[in-house]
Design a protein around this ligand. Structure first.
Ligand SMILES: Nc1ncnc2c1ncn2[C@@H]1O[C@H](COP(=O)(O)OP(=O)(O)OP(=O)(O)O)[C@@H](O)[C@H]1O
Ligand SMILES: [Mg+2]
Length: 432
């Protein structure tokens, strides 16, 4: 089966000047490295920010441009403390060839999971003994586990990329690939990317087989997924964060207040099991409900902030913060049919295998097995989800499947994380 080159790789920046945004961050990184080489800077560098904004790309482009020998560990490697210990030998030798070296520990939040408690201390040790500069990258700026590293590091922060910057890059790629895409459609992809250029580029590629790509195509494809992942992130904030952080969850979710209430109601039963906690949370939600009814009936939008406080802070304070990865699930009301995703998955497979969609449909059971092995990486995430047997796996269970993988051996967890990232560019939820 011919495999397409991923555009995120094809169009990855080759030099620092091709990095979009992040002028200041690039400068900081280069000057940190220079100081570290001269021995003036002992701190490791920590790049922190959301997925798909160019942290790894920056380090790679830098190493390439500067002729730096990159020694790298990331989430797809065996991530035991042991593996890091092997690196101990490498980092104490420093550079003999005159070619500077850089140790890059990428995606460190993925590495120091509960199953790998030794992770952080192994990193701390290697930083201590290393004679070459050490850079790290992570997504979650609040992770408790990474705290010791964060405290000692020279931190460079990244944020979601501005959507006009994303749109500009998409336009270049669309031109290079000879796509027929409307200005609106490009804007829509950029706006729905959540500030992740990786996600945006993957989405553009997923749509690229169409003769003409319009805004409606983008919305049909991306609507469901975006809503869900934003909401899951928001729920994490709401239940696991401080009350102040919880308060932002409503805005983050991108939902209207009524829909948000339904999601939080559903999530409450997932997050809390103690009857007192559930009861307090529902009490708060019922107050929000009363406010919302009044707001809508009397158009008193000034009351909205109270409704939001009850739905967010009120629920947040109702119980103990849940720990670990949570499968939020989707309230039944919001489960959306995946017929469209299924149809486009079948069409793509037909194209790749030079057969008809009808033939592909006939072989569906077989294809589902292949898909479940993660072999159909040219499909987007929701196309893959749509291929999973519907009886066993209703649409929202995609997230749950990843969650299950979390609980299983780490190899599978990483595989799921990688697969999800590659295929959709969306972040897996960070595992507090
Ligand atoms: N700022 C950027 N400039 C140019 N290309 C970018 C930028 N950000 C992302 N990309 C594109 O998206 C791809 C993925 O970005 P990258 O791997 O650097 O993300 P990341 O910030 O390391 O995310 P993660 O936290 O998930 O590892 C890159 O290969 C590149 O094609
Ligand atoms: Mg990265």
């Amino acid at each position: 089966m011919p495999t397409e080159v991923l555009w995120v790789d094809k169009y990855a920046p080759k030099k620092l000047s091709e990095i979009i945004g992040w002028r200041k961050q690039v400068e900081e990184f280069v000057s940190w490295f220079n100081r570290a080489l001269r021995g003036e800077e002992k701190r490791p560098c920590l790049l922190v920010g959301p997925p798909g904004v160019g942290k790894t790309a920056l380090v790679h482009a830098f190493a390439r441009e500067r002729g730096v020998e990159l020694i790298e560990l990331n989430a797809s490697d065996e991530r035991s403390a042991e593996k890091i210990r092997e690196l101990e030998k490498v980092v104490v030798t420093g550079s003999i060839t005159g070619r500077p070296k850089l140790l890059f520990l990428d995606e460190i939040d993925g590495m120091s999971g509960t199953a790998d408690r030794g992770g952080v201390s192994a990193i701390l040790k290697i930083i201590k003994i290393s004679r070459i500069p050490v850079a790290m990258a992570a997504n979650d700026p609040y992770s408790q586990r990474l705290r010791p590293l964060r405290d000692m590091a020279y931190t460079i922060r990244f944020h979601a990329l501005r959507s006009d910057l994303i749109a500009r890059k998409l336009k270049q790629i669309a031109e290079a690939e000879g796509l027929n895409i409307t200005e609106d459609a490009i804007k829509a992809i950029a706006q729905r990317s959540g500030g992740s250029l990786r996600s945006a580029i993957n989405d553009l590629q997923a749509l690229s087989s169409r003769e003409l790509i319009t805004k409606a195509d983008v919305e049909a494809m991306l609507g469901v997924r975006d809503v869900q992942s934003n909401v899951f992130e928001a729920l994490n904030k709401l239940f696991k964060g401080s009350p102040e952080l919880a308060k932002q969850a409503f805005e983050d979710s991108g939902l209207d207040p009524r829909a948000f209430l339904l999601w939080v109601k559903h999530a409450t039963t997932v997050a809390y099991s103690d009857p007192d906690e559930v009861s307090r949370a529902f009490d708060s939600l019922s107050k929000a409900d009363i406010f919302l009814t009044r707001i809508i009936r009397e158009q008193e939008w000034g009351l909205l902030k109270y409704a939001i406080d009850f739905m967010t802070m009120g629920v947040n304070l109702a119980g103990e913060k849940p720990r670990g990865f949570i499968r939020w699930g989707v309230p039944s009301r919001f489960r959306v049919a995946r017929e469209e995703a299924l149809r486009s998955a079948l069409a793509k497979i037909a194209r790749h295998t030079h057969t008809s969609t009808r033939e592909v449909r006939r072989l569906l059971p077989l294809i589902r097995i292949i898909a479940s092995k993660g072999r159909l990486s040219f499909l987007s995430r929701e196309e893959q989800a749509a291929l999973a047997p519907l009886a066993k796996q209703p649409p929202e269970l995609k997230e749950e499947k990843e969650a299950r993988a979390e609980e299983k051996p780490r190899r599978r967890r990483r595989a799921a994380r990688r697969a999800a990232k590659r295929s959709s560019g969306q972040a897996t939820l960070s595992l507090g």
